[in-house]
Design a protein around this ligand. Structure first.
Ligand SMILES: Nc1ncnc2c1ncn2[C@@H]1O[C@H](COP(=O)(O)OP(=O)(O)OP(=O)(O)O)[C@@H](O)[C@H]1O
Length: 328
């Protein structure tokens, strides 16, 4: 969808947030401006303690902004009651507490509560929506399983199914992939991306999982202490170097070539010849082994992988490092 047709589901204007702590004002975020678009998966990234959860609390109406305004569908949050917010925003928070003997089906049905009232009685449409949420998240087979008897990844999908059944136009998830294995982390994020794209929802995910966020997110919001919120396509933020906002100091840098965080590459004393992708891994292993310069030139060849140094040949980096350590 072209930008000028994109629907702004949530907007923050000059937002300042904080807490009252022991009678003193503790400002956490100031003058934030942002727009969250429908149909997109947006990942909110930033260091520990920068205020990501604080921003989520404000969006959920749990804390009031000290300054500025939050708008949902162009309506000020202040004018929306808690019940109205519950219909518009589906939330998956970290470590939710639900009784272990509750079944997956019952949990997902709870998502309908804002629509059914507290009686919790589901009508035909509610039941259809619950079934659809179970099938969209591919956990219909877990319907009768108890929450205490399924895996963390399955429970996370059940929480997402519950949020889907709630059917808010906005979905907010705080670290939904924490504690999951690599495949499940990808699966959850891809599921969220599909939900955004196919159902036109605005999905905001707080995450520390930079690799997977790069693979799946349509947009990043980068938060850092004392700087404005940076919003953009992950690829644009990588190319412009703005992604390095996540890495204060000069110890680490985001490598444009490799697409991940690395130690800042300073001029090394290495003279290694060969295909760049092999030289890269040899240099990395040497640096990790504390070897920061080589007294002799080294060359690397492919197929079979061979390292040649001082007339000696090594088929493994480990053997070369052992040799180097023994003779230096
Ligand atoms: N209820 C509270 N009262 C006072 N200060 C608080 C409260 N909750 C959080 N803070 C402070 O606000 C700051 C931001 O906390 P927040 O939980 O929003 O950070 P975060 O970016 O979500 O961190 P993390 O990545 O570790 O989850 C921290 O300094 C924290 O100590």
């Amino acid at each position: 969808m072209a930008r000028n047709q994109q629907h702004i589901a949530l907007e923050g204007k000059d937002l300042t947030l904080g807490y009252f702590h022991q009678k003193a004002k503790k400002e956490i975020l100031n003058d934030l401006n942002f727009q969250l678009y429908s149909g997109e998966l947006t990942c909110l990234l930033g260091p520990n303690g920068v205020g990501k959860s604080t921003l989520i609390k404000a969006i959920l109406g749990q804390i009031k902004p000290w300054k500025g305004e939050l708008k949902i569908d162009n309506q000020s949050l202040e004018n929306l009651g808690i019940e109205e917010l519950a219909k518009r925003i589906s939330v998956v928070l970290t470590d939710p507490v639900f009784p272990g003997n509750m079944t997956v089906g019952q949990l997902v049905a709870l998502g309908r509560t804002p629509h059914t009232g507290w009686s919790g009685k589901l009508n035909k449409l509610d039941r259809e929506i619950v079934e659809k949420a179970l099938s969209d998240t591919k956990i219909a087979y877990l319907r009768d399983e108890r929450l205490s008897e399924i895996s963390d990844g399955q429970r996370q999908k059940a929480m997402i199914a519950r949020a889907l059944a709630q059917d808010g136009k906005l979905m907010i998830l705080d670290e939904p992939t924490a504690h999951l294995d690599l495949v499940n982390r990808f699966e959850i994020m891809e599921l969220l991306r599909d939900i955004a794209a196919q159902k036109g929802k605005a999905v905001l995910v707080v995450t520390h999982d930079l690799d997977i966020a790069i693979e799946t997110a349509d947009r990043f919001w980068l938060l850092n202490c004392g700087t404005p919120l940076i919003s953009g396509k992950p690829e644009d933020l990588i190319i412009s170097g703005k992604i390095n906002q996540l890495l204060p100091g000069d110890k680490y840098r985001f490598s444009l070539d490799r697409g991940k965080i690395e130690f800042e590459i300073r001029d090394s004393g290495f003279e290694i010849e060969g295909p760049p992708e092999l030289v890269f891994w040899v240099e990395k292993a040497l640096r990790k082994a504390g070897i920061l310069n080589l007294s002799h030139p080294v060359s690397v060849t492919k197929e079979p992988f061979t390292i040649v140094s001082e007339g000696k040949k090594f088929q493994l980096i480990a053997t070369m490092i052992d040799h180097f350590n023994e003779h230096n």
